[in-house]
Write a protein that binds this ligand. Sequence first.
Ligand code: F6P
Length: 343
Amino acid sequence: MRIGLLTSGGDCPGLNAVIRAAVLHGEKSFADEFVGFRGGWRGLIEADYFPLSRHDVRGISRNGGTILGTSRTHPYNHPQGGPENIIATMKAHDVDAVIAIGGEGTLAGAKRLADDGVPVVGVPKTIDNDLKATDYTFGFDTAISIATDAMDRLRTTGESHHRAMVAEVMGRHVGWIALHSGMAAGAHAILIPEQRVSMDQICEWTEQVHSRGRSPLIVVAEGFIPEGAEEALAGKGVEDSGRPRLGGIGEWVTAQLEERTGIETRNTTLGHIQRGGNPTGYDRVLATRFGMRAMDLVHEGAWGHMASLRGTEILKVNLEEALDGLKEVPLSRYEEAKILFGR
Ligand code: F6P
């Protein structure tokens, strides 16, 4: 078979490990040929691709980013998009199947295309870890590692100045990055979109720690909504897809803390650092296993399905299971972390 690979949506470390694994498994086990579509769905729609062989993917697992490039193009919103055009393009360029590596938006597009007859399978990707039907997505562990290191650094400078330190992390509308990196860094408060908290309570946690001579660390997810607010702060306009660009809550919490407690407070918004650099070993292994499983799905003809992690097993799940809402942080996990807030 001749198989096309594409990476779509926000990039993250691990994408290249998926690409390498799929190509190597496909070549060695099935004598498949590969092409790489540039810039996500756009490359498929516009037939913008290049041949991929084992020589093109050797050693790329450790490299962050994606050798294919990515975009937030939606397969049905592009002027030449839609299943008929995509099927025609695949036939014209002798592509038998597509492996789409992406997050919620990408996989929703893949599911719709599969329902419309396009031979496509998915691989779940996002640093947010907000996809259902898989315990983890690759990219998440690397983001946690980066954020934790950053918070460790914030703590030493905060301690030196006896300041409160706020760290804003990514994650869109779920708090997994904040929860895991906050716990790893020993944060004194972790603010996530799933749980509204008042500024009074945040001030109380902060003052409890500060009054003991320590430097409070407050980790806030970009999608956190403080009590009294209607929605997450999104003062940076909208993305191409029309999604509001989240961000700014860290500065807002910082200003509130200083004003209400008088404690000198500084904010650091980690931003795209969480998506950069090389993947952790965990993410390289997970991504490699996802890429290999995706190849098996192609040869099973399991269109509209994706690789999924359950425990330590890589399974096949229907994309609709991954798209039935966001995987939010359950109350039990928040309550567990909250025991360590403040004192
Ligand atoms: O979905 C991954 C993610 O990094 C989110 O956590 C973040 O809000 C968004 O992408 C940023 O998107 P962009 O890279 O388009 O600014």
